[in-house]
Write a protein that binds this ligand. Structure first.
Ligand code: FAD
Length: 304
């Protein structure tokens, strides 16, 4: 189903998965099992990442196909970096044939070694806005975009970031999913600023559960997102104790999600292709209660 259609009625709960490396999951049976397990939460959609300039495109398409075959709606990521207009059109054609209705239009992370000035990689789409406009031209997809509660690394100021969001909306983007964050207050202030500036599209909160302290320390270093004191203390305490970190991380994510959901935001969980911990988080939030699974019956109003 189109995400913009769902969002007119209520907030969305969704997951992100990524194509596993062939040497880890050659026949995609691992990711198929993960997706089958996650289905119990009745997600509104499942997003499938796509490496800018990488070689995982066929696997991303295969995973979108698995999502469809399991009766869930895929949101396929597409990147501007590394793909020409013709290549993008071919992929959009294949996705349309699979029944994919939702596209996350991204600039893409620039792969190591790729030169920002290399004309080959930037010929057709310079940024997510350009790709969004092109996908809109196909006339058959609901389009989402990326948003950054704590600012994109390349952006000159928080105000510039919001202006880019408005450009994307003008180019057909109808909702945003944020980069991961651990500080709900910062996210809410960002959403307020975006709304006040007239972005006018719902912003879905991207939540990454903390299962391993060292992994999160690395991700924080790359993304530059802030870590509240409470989480920082947990990361220090459980740096070498994965079992305790996972238990505390499940609690932390459940608190984050419950707070955001209660305030009227949709939630997108970065699953890192793990189902067990993610489902435990949702159980603690009450999302797996029978009454809550039929979300259309519990229509609480449109997403913020
Ligand atoms: P843009 O919106 O194009 O913004 C990037 C920068 O481009 C801006 O800071 C600005 O400097 C410039 N810019 C933007 N608009 C304009 C404009 N109108 N005029 C001039 N300059 C402009 N990466 C992947 O490779 N694959 C994925 O599957 C993937 N999934 C993601 C999912 C989510 C939810 C998020 C938040 C990010 C994801 N990323 C993914 C990472 C993303 O590609 C990078 O953060 C990338 O650096 C920026 O992408 P963007 O779509 O936000 O780009």
């Amino acid at each position: 189903m189109r995400i913009d259609t769902i969002m007119k009625r209520r907030n969305t709960l969704s997951f992100e998965v990524f194509p596993p490396k062939p040497e880890m999951d050659a026949d995609l049976s691992g990711i198929t099992n993960t997706l089958s397990a996650l289905r119990v939460a009745s997600p509104d959609f499942v997003s499938v990442t796509y490496g800018a300039g990488g070689n995982n495109r066929p696997r991303a398409l295969d995973i979108a196909n698995i999502v469809v075959s399991l009766g869930m709606s895929p949101l396929s990521h597409l990147t501007a970096v590394g793909y020409t207009k013709d290549e993008t059109d071919r992929v959009l054609g294949s996705l349309g044939e699979l029944g994919v209705e939702n596209i996350l239009a991204l600039r893409g992370d620039i792969p190591v070694g790729m030169d920002r000035d290399d004309e080959r990689h930037w010929r057709d789409f310079q940024c997510a806005r350009d790709l969004s406009r092109h996908v809109m031209g196909h006339g058959r997809f609901c389009i989402g975009g990326a948003a950054y509660p704590e600012g994109h690394q390349e952006s000159a100021s928080p105000e510039a970031d919001i202006e880019f969001m408005k450009d994307k909306v003008d180019a057909g983007t109808t909702f945003f999913i944020t980069q991961l964050f651990f500080d709900n207050d910062r996210f809410k202030k960002f959403a307020d600023r975006a709304n006040a500036s007239g972005v006018g599209a719902p912003i879905i909160a991207g939540i990454m559960p903390v299962f391993k302290a060292r992994q999160i320390r690395r991700i924080v270093e790359i993304s530059g997102c802030s870590v509240p004191e409470k989480l920082n203390a947990l990361l220090d305490r459980y740096l070498d104790d994965d079992a305790s970190m996972k238990e505390a991380g499940i609690d932390y994510a459940a608190e984050q999600i419950s707070d955001l959901w209660d305030e009227g935001f949709g939630v997108h969980v970065y699953t890192m292709n793990k189902s067990k911990g993610v489902l435990e988080i949702l159980r603690r939030c009450g999302f797996l209660d029978k009454d809550n699974l039929d979300k259309d019956k519990n229509d609480g109003g449109a997403t913020k």
